[in-house]
Design a protein around this ligand. Structure first.
Ligand SMILES: N[C@@H](CCC(=O)N[C@@H](CS)C(=O)NCC(=O)O)C(=O)O
Length: 93
């Protein structure tokens, strides 16, 4: 699993915070947004939206939205639960 990240950008920071709360680390690859690396061929092949974050899974699937990435991480690393235990808790967050 690889997280495409940019340290200065707010959207991937959400995912980094989520990972920190989970106590989990994943391999991270920095994408240099100021230099326009998000538009490079190698990155566009992974994420055609040309944004970070993106999470590349072992099976080759790439999740391209921070919310989707956090939801995936919640399922993969359920302890601690961050989105809530019940439907009401999950809906209220
Ligand atoms: N809705 C997306 C937004 C992603 C997004 O816009 N990321 C910004 C950095 S915070 C980006 O990659 N921008 C690339 C650009 O400005 O070219 C998410 O939450 O993942």
């Amino acid at each position: 699993m690889k997280l495409y990240d940019c340290e200065a950008a707010p959207s991937p920071r959400k995912v980094r915070l989520f990972l920190a709360k989970k106590g989990t680390e994943v391999e991270t690859i920095q994408v240099d947004l100021p230099k326009g690396e998000q538009f490079s061929d190698w990155y566009r092949q992974r994420n055609p939206n040309c944004t970070v974050p993106a999470l590349e899974l072992e099976e080759g699937i790439v999740l391209c939205e921070s919310e989707a990435i956090c939801r995936y991480l919640e399922e993969m690393y359920p302890d601690p639960i961050l989105f809530g235990r019940s439907v009401i808790e999950r809906s209220a967050r």
